[in-house]
Design a binder for this molecule. Structure first.
Ligand SMILES: O=C(O)CCC(=O)C(=O)O
Ligand SMILES: [Fe+2]
Length: 316
């Protein structure tokens, strides 16, 4: 699957593009299977510790809900990244075969190639997001991976060294996303206006006064769709007012040889015409790269993941 000239023009003009069917039904079922097995293992551990009631009768969603209500965190153990905050030698994370196969899916890479060329690095800024129906979300929940996401540009969550890096975000709907189930929303064409000031609040975000949110467009989409957007496109997510979970991944790619903006985390070459021998094809190596980074980062001072603070007048 590659992009048509019209799709490329839409991306360049509007700063985003929705591509239904970017992930095949097989790919989606591999993801469901891998993460169900992972959650089964996590849940069995919490059950053994007496923190949750027996889960034998619960499906994936039932286990997520029961664990969340019991205060057991599944987000970080399922995330394909280390946290932006404190990292220890045992911070949980997940780098499995299905996640690797999704990131290196040739159909996705064809789409990416149409936008940034054939020398493609898998950028380490990547997350799973699993958003429960809003009434289940704790009032003090601030993580943009579990509750609503504040307005931001992805360039606002990378370090300035990557400001010139050709890079795109690929947001992938694993479940169907409706108008009610926390669709991503974007501001078309705003990527042409450059980097907007952000504040380093609980979530890194653009102050309300600087977001032209009257122009926001929600992007409901079927499972398997990709929303591709420019690093300067302001985006946010709506609350999940449906009674279904909303599950997505957001992964990023940059042109090889340019800074990723989070160099303390490992990146890898996902495609190369110039140096095909450099392409990583092995999920185990990918996992080991993150384990090595975790050991190194657990032993060093915290490295900030963005440039903002809260002392700017716009953050007041
Ligand atoms: O899915 C969300 O809530 C936000 C996603 C996001 O910020 C991103 O994909 O860059
Ligand atoms: Fe984002």
């Amino acid at each position: 699957m590659t992009l048509s000239p019209d799709q490329i023009t839409q991306f360049e003009d509007q700063g985003y593009l929705v591509v239904p069917g970017a992930l095949s039904p097989d790919r989606l079922s591999q993801i469901h299977h891998e993460y169900s097995r992972l959650l089964d293992r996590l849940y069995a551990g919490w059950e053994a510790e007496g923190r949750v009631s027996p889960g034998a009768a619960l499906d994936f969603w039932g286990k997520l809900s029961a664990a969340y209500a019991a205060g057991c965190d599944w987000f970080q153990p399922m995330d394909c990244s280390l946290p932006g905050g404190e990292i220890t030698a045992t911070t949980p994370m997940h780098f499995g075969q299905a996640a690797f196969d999704m990131i290196t899916d040739p159909h996705l890479l064809d789409i990416v190639e149409a936008l940034i060329g054939p020398e493609i690095t898998s950028n380490p800024i990547q997350h799973i997001r699993i958003k429960p129906p809003q009434p289940q979300v704790r009032a003090d929940e601030a993580r943009a991976h579990v509750t609503t996401t504040d307005w931001h540009q992805d360039r606002g969550v990378t370090l300035p060294e990557a400001d010139e890096t050709p890079m795109i975000t690929v947001w992938l709907a694993i479940t169907e996303v409706t108008d009610e189930s926390a669709p991503l929303q974007v501001i078309p064409r705003a990527h042409r206006q450059g980097l907007i000031e952000h504040c380093g609040w609980a979530q890194t975000g653009i102050p309300k006064a600087l977001v032209p949110s009257a122009h926001a467009v929600p992007l409901p989409c079927p499972a398997g769709a990709a929303v591709i957007f420019h690093p300067l496109t302001p985006h946010a997510s709506r609350p999940n007012t449906s009674n279904q979970y909303r599950w997505s991944f957001d992964i990023r790619y940059n042109r090889t040889g340019h800074p990723t903006g989070r160099s303390q985390f490992p990146s890898f070459v996902a495609r190369s015409r110039a140096r095909p021998d450099q392409v990583l094809t092995d999920a185990d190596t990918w996992r080991e790269m993150w384990q090595t980074a975790r050991s190194r980062l657990a032993a060093t001072d915290h490295i900030p993941i963005h440039r903002w603070n809260t002392t700017s007048p716009v953050c007041a």
